[in-house]
Design a protein around this ligand. Structure first.
Ligand code: ATR
Length: 275
């Protein structure tokens, strides 16, 4: 009998990764013979760790903070989303040594928003908080859905301006400093800052969420994030964290590796019950 294919997630640190749990559930549900482990890989050992994993029968990797830009650089070929975001969260490793990179974060977010939560994006006014790697990863798939306008607000305004310049050919995009948000209202506010990770709330005025609007935090945790709480206080019809996105980006990676799309609803519910 042949050995199961090997997969892993590389990150630094990696202790709290939910990826082994998610992919083990996917593998069981789709009857795939595969193993999935988590490895703490510091940036200076990344290239060697990937090559060694590939040589020892590794067929795919998920890549998380702070290694996504390094993964982009090591890939021989990349998907259009990875090329745009200059970051890779999924590597497909061939036995002949070829490395293909993809970024499934944006597709994962869009699937969670549109299919699971049924939040409309087309024709809506969207505010994205943050202008780091997380925003980079979601801009192209979001703009492709045809929102009325996307505003990027960042603590450091220059970074938002830079991103708006890089992605302006894909749709109506503008950039502002977070503390200078215009007197406008938005149908959806996405938090793509790292603020939730330290239990902080980005500085937001009270007027920005339109009636009937929704809030979505790309971060997640055991408790509702400060931004999810803020959304509820502002009267959002839906204010959710990023567990659905986490599971959907994993499903996209699984599909790339195995050619099978796992069901996600039960896995999302399992994670929501016990992080
Ligand atoms: P990631 O890859 O998770 O996006 P990053 O590239 O370090 O991480 O970007 C983090 C983002 O969160 C940035 O937009 C950062 O704002 P600055 O560019 O001004 O640094 C934002 N951020 C982090 N902590 C924040 C806080 N407490 N309030 C508001 N924004 C915050």
């Amino acid at each position: 009998m042949s050995r199961p294919d090997r997969y892993a997630v590389f990150g630094h640190p990696i202790g709290h990764s939910q990826s082994p749990r998610i992919h083990t559930l996917f593998a069981a549900a789709t009857r795939q013979a595969m193993t999935y482990e988590a490895k703490d890989v510091p940036p200076d050992g990344f290239d060697e760790a990937v090559r060694r994993f590939q040589a020892w029968g590794g067929r795919g990797l998920n890549i998380t903070v702070p290694l996504k830009e390094l993964a982009f650089r090591i890939a021989h070929t990349v998907s259009p989303e990875a090329a745009r975001s200059k970051a890779v969260n999924t590597l497909l490793l061939s036995s002949d040594g070829h490395i293909h990179g993809d970024n499934t974060d944006g597709r994962g977010l869009v699937r969670d928003l549109t299919l699971n939560l049924e939040i409309p994006v087309t024709g809506r006014r969207i505010l994205i908080l943050g202008a780091g790697g997380a925003t980079r990863g979601i801009l192209e798939p979001l703009l492709k859905l045809g929102p009325a306008a996307v505003t990027l607000a960042n603590r450091t305004a220059e970074k938002a301006l830079q991103l708006a310049l890089e992605f302006q050919d894909l749709g109506p995009l503008k950039a502002v400093a977070m503390e200078a948000l215009p007197q406008e209202q938005y149908d959806m506010i996405l938090n793509a800052t790292a603020a939730s990770l330290s239990g902080d709330l980005p500085p937001l005025p009270n007027h920005v969420l339109a009636k009937g609007g929704t809030c979505y935090d790309l971060a997640y945790g055991k408790e509702p994030t400060p931004f999810v709480e803020w959304g509820l206080q502002q009267g959002a019809v839906l204010s959710r964290d990023g567990i659905g996105m986490l599971v959907e980006q994993a499903a996209e990676a699984f599909f790339l590796w195995r050619g099978i799309r796992p069901e996600t609803a039960a896995v999302i519910a399992t994670l929501q019950r016990g992080l």
